[in-house]
Design a protein around this ligand. Structure first.
Ligand SMILES: Nc1ncnc2c1ncn2[C@@H]1O[C@H](COP(=O)(O)OP(=O)(O)OP(=O)(O)O)[C@@H](O)[C@H]1O
Length: 313
């Protein structure tokens, strides 16, 4: 997927909701779009899934051009949006069957057993993959939030899309359901070589993404692997403490090592420098801990900086 200079200006809006966004997503990868409320994530995903037309820019998905080949793109993508769209009174399988018929994937038959073998096999395999086999013939209204989300993902995968779009797929799920949904998404990706494009507010979820783009006010303010974002934008540090704090403070000052003193001493020291420093310190220590910043800290730093710059403008 390639996105070049994407712009969206809503009618009567003062500024562009999406303001010149470019990125590319290699086939089979897990790509996460992050950003605070109103950053433009839903607008981007709506354009990529052909439900909203862009003001400007070029987009290619699964080899097709968005401007001239949107029907082909629609056939090659699966979408799971924030708002659930399942019929509560039907069983899980009936929901899937109706969807399959509606989108012309399989002809409709009034019973699972009457459906083509290919449909039955595919639904059973996907239900297995997503861990909802046992509930396939139960009414959706008896499902938990996590199971409903999995069913929507199953439905979105039925036509074997090249790209699966997930708009905040874990919002409203408890930590356990979120965790299990991620396990299943990983399996989906490994089994079908499906590209997964998702938006989320949960930073800890994207640590394993192949690439992350952070948006703020319609622009991409940082991009890279989670590792790159962390190392480029935040620094690992060393935490120290001592029963003799005054002595430690004095010793660090004498050695010329910068530090911040709070509940513990925090020093911008990492890697081989840690041992080097520890060897030189004579003050007895009660705490020695290295700290690697999380992606969440990197994110908050990036967003905070961007907001500040905008206020200055
Ligand atoms: N239909 C619309 N008409 C006018 N402005 C809109 C419309 N939809 C969104 N916007 C504006 O566009 C900007 C981006 O909104 P968008 O919903 O894409 O952000 P988001 O990153 O998805 O936010 P959230 O995390 O809250 O879902 C916001 O300033 C929003 O107010």
């Amino acid at each position: 997927m390639q996105v070049e200079n994407l712009v969206k200006c809503y009618k009567k809006a003062r500024r562009n909701a999406v303001d010149g966004v470019s990125f590319s997503v290699p086939a089979g990868s897990l790509f996460a779009l992050l950003g605070p409320n109103g950053a433009g994530k839903t607008t981007v995903i709506s354009i990529l899934t052909t439900t909203l037309s862009p003001t400007a820019g070029r987009v290619r998905i699964a080899g097709y051009d968005l401007e001239t080949q949107s029907p082909q793109i629609r056939r090659n993508i699966g979408i799971v949006f924030q708002k659930p769209s399942l019929d509560q009174n039907l069983t899980a399988e009936e929901n899937v069957r109706l969807h399959a018929a509606l989108y012309g994937i399989y002809p409709y038959r009034p019973g699972f057993r009457l459906m083509p073998a290919a449909y039955r096999q595919q639904v059973e395999a996907l239900a297995e993959l997503l861990g909802i086999s046992e509930s396939l013939f139960k009414p959706v209204k008896t499902f938990s939030g996590g199971m409903k989300r999995k069913l929507e993902i199953l439905r979105g995968l039925l036509h074997r899309p090249a790209v699966l779009f997930l708009d905040e797929p874990t919002t409203g799920l408890d930590p356990e359901s979120r965790h299990s949904l991620w396990d299943y998404l990983r399996r989906v990706r490994a089994t079908g070589r499906t590209t997964i494009f998702l938006t989320t507010h949960y930073l800890e979820e994207v640590e394993e993404a192949d690439a992350v783009c952070i948006m703020s006010r319609g622009k991409i303010v940082a991009a890279g692997t989670p590792e790159q974002l962390k190392t480029n934008l935040t620094q690992a540090s060393l935490l120290l403490d001592s029963p003799e704090r005054a002595r430690l403070r004095q010793e660090l000052q004498q050695l010329g090592v910068p530090f911040q003193e709070g509940t513990v001493f925090e020093l911008p020291v990492a890697g081989p420098q840690v041992q080097h420093l520890l060897k030189r310190l004579e003050t007895p220590l009660s705490l020695v801990q290295t700290r690697t910043p999380s992606l969440e800290e990197a994110y908050l730093q990036i967003i905070g900086q961007h907001m500040l710059e905008n206020e200055e403008e």
